[in-house]
Ligand binder design. Structure first.
Ligand SMILES: *Cc1c(COP(=O)(O)O)cnc(C)c1O
Length: 378
């Protein structure tokens, strides 16, 4: 069965009690226990809740994992996954990982002596050189944010297997519809459900899919113990979002390709970053490991003034952080997602003052292009 069908039919689409085609929002903290000796599936909602369970089983199915977990945000998901490690464990992380992940890994987990090294994951030899005796995991993101850098995931799986590492990936930009890293050999996939999975800019949540019983148990122990779970109402919103993921992604991706190609022809643009362009570095690697290029692109204007001007003049796009909603969102990484990064480090990574990131929505692409055109003019 193809993923498009699986989004609708995955065994979790119906309430087993009533046949309702929308999983009820089980707004309950606790459950009457018929037999205190025998125990039962649902006893307390931090541990298990039927609405959250349906969502967790769904993400496990979609990513071809053994177990799924839902957290209160993408960062709660990432932090909980990183919490399976112990002091003196070392983790290799790609340097252009999501800003929140960078912060939590370098400023928070360091307090517990979880060691991290940030590498340019496009350079496989740099990954290999950074692996030490106590290296336990490799944490990647492809395409990355905001420059859509591509990492060769299959090659990284080989490096990981050779060195006995747990392979973790943040798959938010692709969603399970476009990229399924567990099939490539990864062990843990993380999503910010806030983005394409929710899809409507109305919920914050995080999802994890895990391969293997032992790893699943380790993640569950953190989820149940630490307790950063997703509530039933928000679980329901993510379940609803998943039902339309395919049509949204297909359409938004088509819009993004058109916008990227148009931007290439505009005289005010210096460079366009989008894995769907044959000129994009890693284009063919990406298409070998994913089913599409997604709906996020970035571009650089010919000077900073043009970029600032664009952010002021654009009308059809929301100026905001976040991405993956039905509405087009433009963001200015230097002042938003990467504001906390030192300027020197930002520039080294190519995150310059003339860079704009676009999450392309469901608008008519002609209208969007017209609006971008006027916003780029003097
Ligand atoms: C937004 C985002 C996160 C964090 O998710 P939240 O739901 O905001 O906590 C992590 N990774 C990526 C790639 C993201 O875009």
């Amino acid at each position: 069965m193809k993923i498009g069908t699986k989004l609708i039919h995955n065994g979790n689409e119906m309430d087993p009690q009533t046949g309702a085609l929308s999983i009820p929002i089980y707004q309950t903290s606790t459950y009457h226990q018929e037999d205190i000796i025998k125990g039962q599936e649902f006893e307390y909602s931090r541990s298990e809740n039927p609405t959250r369970k349906a969502l967790e089983n769904t993400i496990a199915k979609l990513e071809n994992g053994d177990k799924g977990f839902a957290f209160s945000s993408g960062m709660a998901a990432t932090s909980s996954v990183l919490s399976i490690f112990s002091s003196n464990d070392h983790i290799v992380i790609c340097e252009d990982v999501y800003g929140g992940t960078y912060r939590i890994a370098s400023n928070f987990f360091s307090k517990f002596k979880v060691e991290t090294t940030f590498v340019n994951a496009a350079d496989l030899s740099e990954i290999e050189r950074s692996i030490k005796d106590n290296t336990k995991a490799l944490f990647l993101e492809s395409p990355s944010n905001p420059l859509l850098k591509i990492t060769d995931l299959k090659a990284c799986v080989e490096i990981g297997r050779k060195n006995n590492l747990i392979l973790i990936i943040d798959n938010t930009f692709m969603s399970p519809y476009l990229q399924r890293p567990l099939d490539l050999g990864f062990d843990i996939v993380i999503h910010s459900g806030t983005k394409f999975i929710g899809g409507h800019s109305d919920v914050v949540g995080g999802l994890v899919a895990v391969k293997g019983e032992d790893l699943s148990k380790r993640v569950y122990t953190v989820q149940n113990g630490f307790g950063a779970i997703l509530g039933p109402q928000d679980s329901w919103l993510l379940l609803r979002g998943l039902k339309t993921l395919k049509v949204r992604m297909d359409y938004q991706q088509k819009n993004t390709q058109k916008l990227a190609e148009w931007l290439l022809t505009n005289e005010n643009i210096e460079k366009v970053y989008y894995p769907g362009l044959s000129s994009h570095e890693g284009h063919s690697i990406h298409l070998a490991q994913a089913d599409g290029a997604g709906a996020v692109l970035s571009f650089k204007t010919i000077n900073t003034e043009k970029a600032l001007n664009f952010m002021k003049k654009v009308t059809l796009a929301a100026v905001a952080v976040s991405l993956g909603g039905v509405e087009t969102i433009v963001s200015y990484p230097v002042k938003m997602s990467h504001a906390s990064m030192p300027k020197k480090e930002r520039e080294r990574l190519g995150i310059t003052d003339n860079l704009i990131r676009v999450s392309v929505g469901l608008e008519d692409i002609g209208d969007l292009i017209n609006d971008f055109e006027q916003a780029l003019e003097e």
